[in-house]
Write a protein that binds this ligand. Structure first.
Ligand SMILES: [Zn+2]
Ligand SMILES: [Zn+2]
Ligand SMILES: [Zn+2]
Length: 147
């Protein structure tokens, strides 16, 4: 997938699956489509509730599950915090700094060598996006070095 999906792609996916497009679903889809960063379910709920205060967190969870099962939204685990969600777009991986918590997106091809080795030696298919790689970011490395 080279292009990031937009709001209409999400709405179309719901319709094509025979699902009803409720105002809560539309709000969750719009929040995800507009987000430039990765949002936790709580953060999505907060944003949805600005316009629709009566949408509950459990409704948002159910909608996220539906969108994931339709293959238009993915989640990822970045550090110890709650899973984050975003619309399907260009393949990428995440680096998360264990010290300051900053997340960096990297191109999926950065994993090409590792991915090939894992498939070859272990018959293992790497999921590049689902879990972030932990480590120290450049800034934190420089701080640690100076201590
Ligand atoms: Zn997961
Ligand atoms: Zn991501
Ligand atoms: Zn850092």
């Amino acid at each position: 997938m080279d292009e990031r999906l937009g709001l209409e792609d999400l709405i179309t996916a719901i319709r094509e699956s025979g699902g009803r497009v409720t105002s809560a679903k539309r709000a969750v889809a719009a929040t995800l489509a507009d987000a430039r960063d990765h949002l936790s379910a709580d953060e999505i709920t907060r944003r949805v509730q600005i316009g629709q205060p009566d949408v509950s967190p459990s409704t948002v969870y159910r909608i996220l599950e539906e969108l994931e099962s339709l293959g238009v939204v993915v989640h990822s685990h970045v550090g110890h915090a709650a899973a984050v969600y975003h619309v399907v777009g260009p393949a990428h991986g995440h680096l998360v700094c264990s010290r300051c918590g900053v997340t960096t997106e990297i191109a999926a091809r950065a994993f090409d060598g590792l991915s090939r080795d894992l498939r070859h030696h272990y018959g293992f298919e790497l999921d590049r996006h689902h879990v972030a790689l932990a480590g120290l970011c450049r800034q934190c490395r420089e701080m640690v070095k100076d201590l």
